[in-house]
Design a protein around this ligand. Structure first.
Ligand SMILES: *[C@@H]1O[C@H](CO)[C@@H](O)[C@H](O)[C@H]1NC(C)=O
Ligand SMILES: *[C@@H]1O[C@H](CO)[C@@H](O)[C@H](O)[C@H]1NC(C)=O
Ligand SMILES: *[C@@H]1O[C@H](CO)[C@@H](O)[C@H](O)[C@H]1NC(C)=O
Length: 645
């Protein structure tokens, strides 16, 4: 969008400083390289005329042989290397934003990098296995910036989890958005030390394109919050409604971590009865996880494990809870339905036009429903709706959906420049048609859809490496890329391998979840002791007390795209102390939660930004900004504070 009248302002916002950086540095190699930067141009991103928000280098990987650049126009906003490559600075999509647009006929790679500067912190990008807030300390080798993608060549050891957007935010008040049709690779402080790099390269898993482009936009504003608000209103859609209100307040109970695949009708009913008898009668729903089908993909209850699903569902509903069911987009080869799906062309095909065979954690020869093919979607969703009709199931837990689970060289339907992530987008759009209890664990360009997006399976450990300490960073990260309705993974994690959460870990996990947008149990609190049960009930009662704040924040997301749970800088985006706080979060604008996330700790430091804060622990009033050092938090205490002025 070009707006007359903002051109003058834009010249001040983006300035291309033509000092041809003939650096002799050849940096170390992480997983590719060596990488040259002979022809790189300096760029600075400024706010107004002389407040610089970011410094970068354009065209780092252009081959030395391309020689000298020349200007391609009079106002010096465009540089070209003959007919090899051109980079142009253009108006952005909104006042305060400006674009960088590369086009190249011959280069197979375009790479622009920006400095990680002292005191400037980065947020955004994707949900990652090791999750930190901010992200700049979480080095990342160069890899495809896609759901389930990243820098690993090991399929199941990928860097990104299920939620990825081409959006980054800087704590000094700048935001960057890369056009979604870019074959984007990303690296952070690896291939190019102390730089964040954005690379367009039309290689696997992206399609070939001619010409190759790298187009992105910087927006700058007064501070981090203003830059974020400008960016989300410019680049993201907002949710068109809020999901299920009961699920936003009351917990759900999944069979997964507690029973894994050992579920059947008796076990599910006993689980539901125990939930009620232990005092958790005010719960949203029971979620029946893997493995209930006759075979993976049949979407029919196993008659031996579940002889009468309708009676089971009715019995749970009589306990005042709903019921959801785990489903996935796969049909395993051994399942009779595979043939029907294949012959109708409903499974993702490979480049040769044949049904692509892939694998997942419950099958090594499997087809995957093509969610980009409308006929396949209709067939698949009709089957699910029939199942709902015959059994009373309320909605579904939709698993998988990341690009790494697609067959090699998949051919999808629709805009090929959006492959492979178009699969994720279409899958989530489809899942969201199943109402406000629907959950997925993936999202890409799905901000408008109404659904819960679950954090990927967390491990039962303390660390940032996908454990308890990754929970708040993941919450903030998913919120900042446009998803307010986050379903935290299960209290205590998944107990994979020989990991089993201690009572302490379980309790701290419950407490840190207190004002997140939903609560999900699986490992049951009564496997510990009555104190654990009581702490869980107390936390849920506190949640119930603040239900209006949760629902108000959920509704605000529909108005302006704000996350329900906000980083502490939301309160005062000029306060540098708030930029690195990844172990506390806000519910809306007025409730600050600072749970204990360290093993063995019974106190913690808490930063209160500007304002008057009443402690929910002892009602003491504290005036910020200030650090409360060693704030007492024995095992039964969740420190949180209400902003009263
Ligand atoms: C980048 O990596 C280097 C080398 O590992 C490290 O010393 C530096 O602290 C990292 N930068 C950031 C911002 O974490
Ligand atoms: C359920 O919630 C209601 C109020 O909404 C409350 O009166 C009741 O005690 C709760 N029951 C349990 C078992 O927590
Ligand atoms: C479910 O499994 C339990 C434990 O293995 C068993 O006792 C029960 O009979 C099973 N019920 C059904 C319906 O298969």
């Amino acid at each position: 969008m070009h707006r007359a009248g903002i051109i003058v302002a834009l010249i001040g916002i983006l300035s291309l400083d033509i000092t041809n950086g003939r650096s002799v540095n050849r940096f170390g190699i992480f997983n590719i390289g060596p990488k040259n930067e002979e022809n790189a141009l300096d760029i600075q991103i400024s706010f107004g005329v002389d407040v610089i928000r970011a410094h970068g280098k354009l065209g780092l990987s252009l081959p030395a042989a391309v020689g000298e650049w020349t200007h391609c126009n009079d106002d010096q906003t465009c540089v070209q290397w003959g007919d090899f490559a051109t980079v142009e600075l253009k108006d952005g999509s909104a006042p305060g934003c400006g674009r960088v647009e590369w086009t190249t006929t011959y280069a197979r790679e375009i790479e622009d990098c920006y400095d990680i500067e002292e005191g400037v912190h980065w947020y955004g990008g994707g949900e990652t296995h090791t999750q930190t807030w901010p992200i700049e300390s979480n080095a990342q080798g160069e890899g495809a910036h896609i759901t389930g993608g990243g820098d690993s060549i090991q399929k199941y050891d990928h860097y990104y989890l299920g939620v990825v957007e081409n959006y980054w935010l800087l704590s000094n008040g700048a935001a960057l958005y890369v056009d979604p049709d870019t074959p984007l690779f990303f690296s952070l402080n690896t291939t190019r030390p102390n730089r964040v790099c954005f690379i367009a390269r039309d290689e696997t898993p992206f399609t070939k394109r001619e010409p190759l482009t790298l187009k992105y936009e910087w927006c700058t504003a007064e501070n981090v919050k203003a830059a974020h608000q400008l960016a989300i209103s410019t680049f993201f859609e907002k949710p068109t409604g809020i999901p299920d209100e009961v699920m936003l307040v009351q917990p759900l109970w999944s069979t997964w971590a507690e029973y894994k695949t050992d579920v059947n009708q008796t076990i599910v009913l006993d689980f539901a009865r125990r939930v009620v008898s232990e005092g958790f009668g005010n719960s949203s729903h029971i979620q029946i996880d893997d493995d209930w089908e006759t075979c993976y993909g049949s979407e029919e209850f196993s008659p031996t494990k579940f002889p009468d699903p309708k009676t089971m569902v009715d019995a749970i509903k009589a306990m005042n809870m709903r019921v959801t069911l785990w489903v996935h987009p796969f049909i395993n080869y051994e399942c009779p339905l595979f043939t029907e799906a294949m012959s109708n062309g409903y499974l993702v095909k490979d480049a040769k036009g044949k049904t692509g065979i892939t694998d997942w954690w419950q099958g090594s020869n499997t087809g995957i429903i093509d969610m980009t093919n409308p006929d396949a979607v209709t067939w698949w969703t009709d089957r699910l709706r029939n199942l709902q009709e015959s059994t009373g199931i309320d909605s579904f837990k939709f698993d998988a959906g990341e690009t790494f689970l697609l067959p090699a060289s998949s051919v999808l339907t629709g805009e090929s420049d959006m492959w492979p992530q178009l699969y994720t987008t279409k899958y989530v759009e489809t899942c969201a048609t199943f109402g406000g209890l629907a959950e997925t664990r993936v999202a890409h360009l799905n901000q408008k859809d109404v659904f819960f997006v679950r954090m990927s399976d967390k491990d039962s450990r303390w660390g940032n490496n996908n454990g308890l300490k990754a929970m708040i960073p993941a919450l903030l990260q998913m919120g900042i890329v446009g998803y307010p309705y986050i379903l935290p993974d299960m209290i205590g994690g998944n107990a994979y391998g020989d990991e089993m959460p201690s009572k302490e870990m379980y309790v701290r996990w419950m407490q840190l979840n207190i004002f997140m947008p939903a609560v999900q149990f699986s490992l049951v609190p009564w496997k510990y002791d009555s104190e654990t049960v009581q702490i869980c009930l107390d936390v849920l009662a506190q949640r119930e007390m603040y239900r209006e704040e949760i629902l108000a924040a959920a509704r605000q997301a529909v108005e302006d795209g704000s996350p329900i749970n906000r980083p502490i800088w939301w309160v005062d985006p000029t306060d540098e102390n708030t930029f690195t706080i990844g172990d506390a979060y806000m519910l809306g604008d007025n409730i600050l939660v600072a749970p204990v996330v360290e093993e063995g700790a019974v106190s913690r430091d808490i930063y209160l930004p500007t304002g008057t804060w009443r402690s929910a622990v002892d009602s003491a009033v504290h005036v910020g900004p200030q650090w409360l050092r060693n704030y007492p938090a024995p095992l039964n205490v969740t420190p949180f504070f209400i902003k009263t002025a």
